[in-house]
Design a protein around this ligand. Structure first.
Ligand code: ADP
Ligand code: MG
Length: 702
């Protein structure tokens, strides 16, 4: 029987209302204090919570529990333990202690640590993050109680993406509260960072997926000639959703709702078979967990429907790739969004101060933001005229841009442009007031009404780092502001001066035009904005003195933690490209060359038979084709040999940074060089002999 949405929402989550219901009052209160950063967790509290969690989980059919964490691989990890404890006379009882809830000890040596493990200890601990609720997951192994945790080394170094995120949230809150106090908001105890992550993805028929090694091993197609039709008719975007996909989406929504994830909007995206899912925003810690869970669930549910979900940033060359729009704002514990400008932003000094802080932070640390959205896959998007460019700029929209211009000029903004009414000229349609600002789809960091939308993040990436970095850089600026303003004798004057000075110094990062254009690239260079073109060139940014200072001063990452991440990024890049290159070599040797050879033989046989039957026949199509194909095949063979040699050379490079750069600048071009003649052969060879599904088959016969 179909259950109502309100009945299934959150049924798999040990959420606050369940805790209130199932925990003794005192325990609940104590836990709440810890969740709000006002108290320490005790074993006593943990024991009671663990017991209540276990009872609930067992009622729901759970046999196992796992600490669920987010190691530096960027995906989630878990290690399952059953609740069983031996009891007298060979029986078992189901136990789950506070100690097991608080602390786990997975083998840290199986996860990337970027050298942290070697210098310290092999031990790693997972520690319960009580700010993100535990949940149940059901799969073939049964029902498991999942406990969100942080993952640290023996000496407390963060080996995961969550710990720094939690640290950055505390830092941002602390500094924002200081600023709010200056504006007389003594009632605000905490400021939370709110995030809504829109997730793009592709779906592909699983039968076809498993015929393509490139999709299986690398998540993207390494070969493929363009189909006769791409996205040029713009008929897929917001188009009606096909039955099979609709069934997938329905199932997906239900699964997400059960996990308490507010899946809200879904629509078709620009490219054929591309879709998007957007949740309602929430506290960044939970949004991050939810985004990881959503990605997992998408993959799982897709398989149930005979589909495969591709989260790679660029599954198909020549078509739009997938990103993740990270919508970010700051909200007080009294429920006020600090990025809400109100109707007259020119009079909203507090808003303008926060706005200035963000503009300065983004300008100061544009390079870090760039890095936070970089991975091997996103190199195929950023700066290639489809996704945001690799240059960071801030879009404010007409209204705020005008306010900022007035502030820079006179230190005061007297007016704010107001929106008009939307008139369609059709009497039966309603008229309504428009937003004060139109959208700009090309900006990497755009103000969208009451939040900033960071659009560079890649579809497969965790949103933990982009938000950790954002929080850190904004907190740093707010700290500077608070230090200065707390000392000011004339607060009103000091704040006006500060806003004017900040905007004047950082206006170079504001850009409201078309960020995909060549002119902007040139203009940005004149303005001195960084344009870091590739992931490998961005990695080093993490350990420049400016970044180390930013993170160390706030206790978000230690220098050692930063160096470990540099190491991991380089390693990851080299590994990914190495796998791609090897997959290409394999496909060419074992699939494409045999298929081409078979076609050549067919042509040759045909040529010989025709010649025998009709010696007088003039120019033979088969012969011309044979010659052309043979020439292409020679190109393939040469490119293949060259790629193989280059990969071998790469392996010999010991330094991680040099190796990664070699992969980027020497191996990648060879991969492109191999792809070209193969794609060309695809358009020449008998379609019945082509060994893998083509772009057309992958996208239009879904
Ligand atoms: P679009 O595709 O036009 O960018 P969507 O409605 O698909 O817009 O997505 C907007 C996202 O922004 C949603 O996830 C939404 O919950 C989120 N969002 C809205 N307001 C805020 C806010 N104040 N802070 C953070 N995220 C927000
Ligand atoms: Mg968006």
């Amino acid at each position: 029987m179909a259950m109502k949405l309100t009945e299934i929402f959150g049924i798999d989550v040990f959420n606050e209302s369940l805790m209130r219901e199932r925990l003794p009052k005192d325990t609940f209160k104590a836990l709440k204090r810890v969740m709000e950063n006002r108290g320490e967790m005790t074993l006593e509290v943990a024991n009671v919570v663990a017991n209540a969690m276990k009872d609930w989980a067992i009622e729901r059919g759970a046999t196992h529990y796992t600490h669920w964490f987010q190691p530096l691989t960027g995906i989630t990890a878990e290690k399952h333990d059953s609740f069983i404890e031996p009891a007298a006379d060979g029986k078992v009882i189901m136990e789950f202690s506070g100690k097991e809830l608080i602390k786990g000890e997975p083998d840290a040596s199986s996860f990337p640590s970027g050298g942290l493990r070697a210098t310290f200890e092999a031990r790693g601990y997972t520690a319960w993050d009580c700010t993100s609720p535990a949940f149940l997951r059901e799969d073939a192994a049964g029902v498991t109680l999942c406990i969100p945790t942080a993952f640290c080394s023996y000496t407390g170094e963060a080996l995961d993406k969550k710990t720094p995120l939690l640290r950055s949230m505390a830092s941002l809150s602390k500094q924002a509260v200081r600023i709010l106090r200056l504006f007389g908001h003594g009632d605000v105890k905490r400021v939370e960072c709110s995030v809504g992550a829109e997730q793009e993805y592709f779906l592909v028929d699983r039968e076809k997926f498993i015929k393509r090694q490139d999709l299986i091993f690398t998540g993207r197609t390494l070969f493929g000639a363009p189909a006769p039709k791409g996205e040029e008719l713009e008929d897929h975007y917001f188009g009606s959703i096909r039955e099979r996909v609709a069934a997938f989406m329905k199932d997906l929504n239900e699964e997400l709702w059960k996990l308490g994830i507010h899946a809200k909007t879904q629509h078709n995206e620009v490219a054929p078979t591309q879709h998007e899912l957007a949740p309602i925003y929430g506290s960044v810690n939970i949004s991050t967990d939810h985004n990881q869970l959503s990605m997992d669930t998408m993959k799982k549910v897709a398989r149930r429907h005979g589909l495969e979900c591709l989260l790679h940033e660029k599954p198909y060359a020549g078509l739009s790739g997938s990103g993740k729009h990270n919508n970010w704002s700051m909200v007080t514990d009294t429920g006020k969004n600090l990025l809400d400008p109100g109707k007259t932003p020119n009079e909203n000094i507090q808003f303008l101060l926060f706005l200035s802080a963000i503009i300065k932070a983004v300008d100061d640390h544009a390079d870090l933001l760039r890095l936070s959205a970089s991975n091997p896959g996103n190199d195929h998007r950023l700066g290639t005229n489809e996704a945001p460019p690799a240059i960071i700029s801030v879009f404010l929209g007409e209204q705020l841009e005008d306010v900022v211009a007035q502030l820079i000029e006179t230190g005061e903004a007297k007016t704010a442009k107001q929106s008009g009414r939307l008139e369609t000229g059709v009497k039966t349609l309603p008229t309504f007031s428009k937003d004060a600002t139109d959208r700009n789809r090309t900006s990497p960091f755009a103000f969208t009404g009451n939040k900033f939308e960071f659009r560079m993040v890649g579809a497969s990436m965790s949103i933990a780092e982009p938000n950790t970095f954002l929080n850190a850089m904004v907190a740093e600026t707010l700290k500077e502001f608070a230090d200065e303003l707390e000392q000011a004798e004339d607060f009103d004057k000091a704040i006006h001066d500060l806003i004017k000075k900040t905007l004047t110094e950082h206006q170079r990062v504001i850009f409201n035009g078309n960020a995909y254009s060549k002119e902007w690239e040139e203009e940005a260079e004149r303005r001195g904005l960084p344009n870091i073109r590739t992931f490998v060139e961005a990695i080093e940014v993490l350990v420049n003195p400016k970044s180390i200072k930013l993170f160390e001063e706030q206790g978000i990452y230690s220098a050692a933690e930063l160096y470990s991440r540099v190491e991991i990024n380089y390693e990851n890049y080299s590994k990914v490209i190495n796998i791609e290159a090897r997959t290409m070599i394999d496909m060419v040797m074992r699939q494409y060359i045999p298929a081409v050879a078979e076609y050549m033989k067919a042509l040759a046989d045909s040529l010989n038979s025709v010649k025998a039957a009709c010696p007088a026949a003039e120019v033979m199509t088969q012969e011309v084709l044979l010659r052309e194909i043979s020439a292409k095949l020679t190109e393939v063979r040469r490119a293949l040999a060259s790629l193989r040699d280059t990969v071998e050379e790469a392996k010999k490079i010991e330094n991680a940074s040099e190796r990664a750069k070699f992969f980027r600048f020497s191996v990648c071009p060879k991969m492109d060089a191999l792809r070209k003649p193969v794609d060309c052969l695809e358009t020449m060879v008998d379609g019945r002999l082509w060994p893998v599904p083509t772009y057309g088959e992958l996208m239009f016969e879904e």
